[in-house]
Design a protein around this ligand. Structure first.
Ligand code: KIV
Length: 268
């Protein structure tokens, strides 16, 4: 299979051509390489790393140093996919200057293709400056996990008419300021359809229905590796946690019964 190299313009072009965009998260070299070689369009070093990789309760504790470390090691495994790094909580909210400097760290030291920033009109001033400095930004609206303490739960967002209207306005403001793609998380499918139709930039849904221009999932959820919870929007494409545990049980059994290593697995 010929795999095309994905750039920011190429991802925007996919929407114009009616091609769906497939995106997954990765936090390490091994996963990044597997996803990239399988032909994924976009790899996100999500701050979900805090929950899935570090075992934290929310994404809030994820730091710039950790985000940069994971972005750098993922970079080594990515050849063709567009590599996007999540900007962690408080790396862009304090001041525009700090936001630009922190965004720059991802491009300078981890060689990412883009950063992702949560929030609507409140994030516009920093996004504007980051984009103006030549750094592509992916937006993120709906259930934005860095605001979990304000939301109080992981419930579906923008269900009321007012909240839906606000989300549409936020999406337009983000497009105007230059974001090249927009993640829509956990919102009604009909609202995501409306936003997708209105925008020229691609929408990438997670729990936002089939009408988005692309879909993103946490890879460890989709592969059945992270099983702490199973939201209904996650389709499981494998049950790797079960397979790993079965394999580890076999290994323990073989070691304890002295069945491993065999003659062939030993040196003379
Ligand atoms: O952090 C993350 O993994 C994300 C995606 C799931 C959209 O933001």
């Amino acid at each position: 299979m010929k795999v095309e190299t994905r750039t920011v313009p190429a991802i925007i072009e996919m929407k114009r051509n009616g091609q769906k965009i497939a995106a997954l998260t990765a936090y390490d070299y091994l996963f990044a390489r597997l996803l990239d070689e399988a032909g994924i369009d976009v790899i996100l070093v999500g701050d979900s790393c805090a929950m899935v990789f570090q075992g934290q309760e929310t994404t809030l504790p994820f730091t710039m140093d950790e985000a940069l470390y994971h972005s750098r090691i993922v970079r080594r495994g990515v050849r063709n996919a567009l590599l996007v790094a999540d900007m962690p909580f408080l790396s862009y909210q304090v001041s525009v200057e700090e936001a630009v400097r922190n965004a720059g760290q991802f491009f300078k030291t981890a060689l990412v293709d883009a950063v992702k920033i949560e929030g609507g009109r409140g994030s516009v001033p920093c996004i504007e400056k980051i984009v103006a400095a030549g750094m592509p930004v992916m937006g993120h609206l709906g259930l934005t996990p860095q605001s979990i303490r304000a939301f109080g739960s992981y419930a579906v967002q923008a269900r009321s008419e007012k909240a839906a209207q606000e989300l549409v306005e936020d999406a337009q403001a983000l497009q105007e300021v230059g974001v090249f793609a927009l993640v829509l998380e956990k919102i009604p499918a009909d609202l995501a359809r409306q936003v997708t139709k209105k925008l020229e930039i691609p929408t990438i849904g997670i729990g936002a229905g089939v009408h988005c221009d692309g879909q993103i999932l946490v890879a460890q959820d989709a592969l059945g590796l992270f099983t702490d919870f199973h939201p209904k929007f996650v389709r499981r494409y494998a049950e790797l946690a079960d397979q790993i545990q079965t394999a580890v049980k076999s290994y323990c059994r073989d070691v304890k019964s002295a069945d491993f290593p065999s003659e062939e697995e030993s040196y003379r």
